[in-house]
Design a protein around this ligand. Sequence first.
Ligand SMILES: C[S@@+](CC[C@H](N)C(=O)[O-])C[C@H]1O[C@@H](n2cnc3c(N)ncnc32)[C@H](O)[C@@H]1O
Length: 280
Amino acid sequence: MDYAEEQRQRWNGAAAEAWVSSQPVIDRLFEPLADRLADLAAARRADQLLDVGCGTGSTTVAIARRLGTTAACVGVDISEPMLAAARARADREGVAAAFICADAQTYLFEPGSFDLIVSRFGVMFFQDSVAAFANLRRAARDGGELQMIVWRSPADNPFMTVAQHAAAPVLPLPERQPDAPGQFAFANDQRVRGILRDSGWSGVELRPIDIACTIPESELVGYFTRFGPVGMALQNADERTRAQVIEAVRPAFDRYVHGDEVRFTAACWMVSARAGATAR
Ligand SMILES: C[S@@+](CC[C@H](N)C(=O)[O-])C[C@H]1O[C@@H](n2cnc3c(N)ncnc32)[C@H](O)[C@@H]1O
C-alpha cells in the first residue's frame, strides 16, 4: 500500500473514530491553541482563510465564529468522518465555514485565493512536505501569511510519550523516527525552515510557545487507549492486552494528575511565513 493510501485509510478509520468520538475532550484540551489562531486571524482581519488538516473543525469554526460574516473560512482534510463532524459543528454553531475533503499536498486550490493559511497540528503528515507547502504557497495570495502550530520535540513534550514508554513491557512499539511523518515531524526547527524556504515561503519564523492544557482525570484512560502509537496499537489488541496496558500505563501518568484534572504543557512551535510576491 502506498503512503497516501495508508494515510487515507488511517484518517478515515481508527484515527478518525478516536478524534470524532473524543471530540469534546480534544476540544477542551486544545482550545487554547484554537483561540491563539482565532486571535491571530482577527488581528490580521483575514477575509479568505484556509485551515489545513482541519479535522473535526474546532479551529476552523473558532475562527469563523470570531471573524463573523466578513470572512470565508475553509477547512481541508483527508478524513471524511472528521469532516462530517466539522460540518455538523459549523451547522450547530450557525457559522459559515466550508469544508473540502482532499489531500492538501495535491489538491488544486484556486491559485492566489487565501490571505491566511492556518493549521493546528494538521501539517505533519504529508508524504512530501516541500510539495505540500509549495501547493499551499500557490493557494496563498501574494503577501498572504502562513501561521501554524506544530509540536516541538518528544523531549519537550514528555506527556506525549508516557504511554508508549510505560506500555513497552506489554506492548513493545518501534521508537518514533525523528523527522518521519507524524506528530513530531516538525519538531526540528532547521528542517521546518528548510521545507518552507524550499517551497517558496519567505520570512520564516518559529517561536516556541508553551501552552497549559487540561483534560478531566475521568478521560485519561480513554485518551491514552485511543490516541498516539499506543492507542493505534490497541485498536487490534485483545481484551487481556488492553487491560495489561491500562494497568501498566495509568500509574505512569500520576505526576500529571491534580485532583480531578490532568494537567500538562504542550510545547509547540508557532510557525509563521509570508507568501512573498517573488516566490512564483
Ligand atoms: C492531529 S489531527 C489535527 C486535527 C485538527 N487540526 C485539530 O487540531 O483538531 C491531523 C489532521 O490532519 C489530517 N491530514 C493528514 N494528512 C492530510 C493531508 N495530506 N491533507 C489534508 N489533511 C490531512 C488528518 O485527517 C487529521 O484530521
